[in-house]
Design a protein around this ligand. Structure first.
Ligand code: ATP
Length: 297
């Protein structure tokens, strides 16, 4: 077997060397040939493409958080090379959804051993951007925007922007054209969901499945701020959804338009302001090394 590790050295502010040392020792012990690609933040997509072409590994190990999982997934589009996730980011929302082992070295052993390869959907947005977990427009995009620009990290900083965004909630109108239906709706947030829960544990929809060939648009009509705050930031569970008025649309393609440009975030990264958004599912575009723990399979 040949393995390519794709490592983001900065994700989660976690030192990756202890994991890599242990993983390298396992590879050496079992005669597994490997290469390590560390992202630098500059032209990583081009470099990854080149190494995939030259080395053509049997499996790819993505080491980092959700941003790294997305980066590796995009690199593997249009290849049949399967990818597994070693969760070493700050939130690891996608890894949690896919029931990846929480201990990095256990997740790595699963990647080496498992013959269970699932078809992971990828969302393509406006033909140029990608999303594998959750994107949104509205309140959460504003939180992510504030958080990204702040040099401080962690839940306290997140909470600061969370509360600030809650106090500035303004409903907005949107027109949504799905495969077979048209909708004119108003809400404080539009979620674009390949999965169910944010990395913080906040569930956005209960129907999401990143391996079913469709995605969900979730329109929250209003946010019950009192309930959110009194629930405590770290203790959301599925009862959160009962307190919100929401519409859920399942589709494989959608065109969404607003009255004015609105901020879009995809998988925790602010993409920019758009007056219209086109989302299309790339069904089973990434081969995901998984285990029977993954309830989506
Ligand atoms: N070595 C590096 N130095 C600086 N920036 C980097 C480096 N490697 C990758 N990046 C940049 O970091 C971003 C990806 O980090 P991101 O925070 O999304 O990762 P992550 O895996 O989700 O981690 P976290 O869970 O901490 O958010 C990309 O914009 C990428 O270009």
């Amino acid at each position: 077997m040949t393995l390519l590790f794709v490592v983001n050295p900065i994700s989660g502010g976690v030192d990756k060397e202890p994991f890599l040392k242990e993983a390298k020792a396992i590879c050496t012990n079992y005669g597994i040939d490997f290469q390590i690609f560390k992202t630098s933040g500059s032209e990583d997509d081009v470099k990854l493409k080149a190494i995939l072409k030259d080395y053509n590994p049997d499996r790819v190990v993505s080491v980092g958080g959700d941003g790294t999982t997305l980066f590796t997934s995009i690199g593997l589009l249009n290849t049949d090379i399967p990818m597994g996730i070693v969760p070493l980011g700050s939130a690891n929302g996608m890894a949690v959804e896919l029931e990846v082992a929480q201990k990095p070295i256990e997740a790595f052993k699963d990647i080496l051993m498992s013959n269970i390869i699932g078809d992971l959907d990828v969302l393509c947005v406006n033909d140029t951007h990608y999303c594998i977990h959750i994107g949104d427009v509205g309140i959460n995009a504003a939180i992510v925007n504030g958080y990204e620009k702040d040099e401080n990290r962690g839940m306290a900083t997140y909470a600061k922007y969370f509360i600030e965004a809650l106090s500035n909630v303004e409903p907005f109108k949107m027109k949504i054209e799905c495969n077979t239906s048209m909708h004119e709706l108003q809400g404080v947030m539009l979620g674009i969901c390949n999965a169910r829960k944010y990395g913080t544990g906040v569930p956005l929809n209960l129907d999401g499945n990143p391996m079913d060939g469709v995605f969900e648009l979730v329109i929250l009509e209003k946010i019950n701020a009192n309930i959110l705050i009194s629930a405590g930031l770290s203790s959301f569970d599925e009862t959160f959804l009962d307190s919100q008025n929401q519409t859920v649309l399942s589709t494989s393609e959608a065109k969404i338009s607003f009255n004015e440009p609105r901020l879009l975030q995809l998988d925790g990264e602010v993409i920019g302001e758009f007056e219209s958004i086109h989302v299309k599912v790339l069904k089973g575009a990434v081969k995901l090394i998984s285990t029977k723990r993954n309830g989506y399979l």
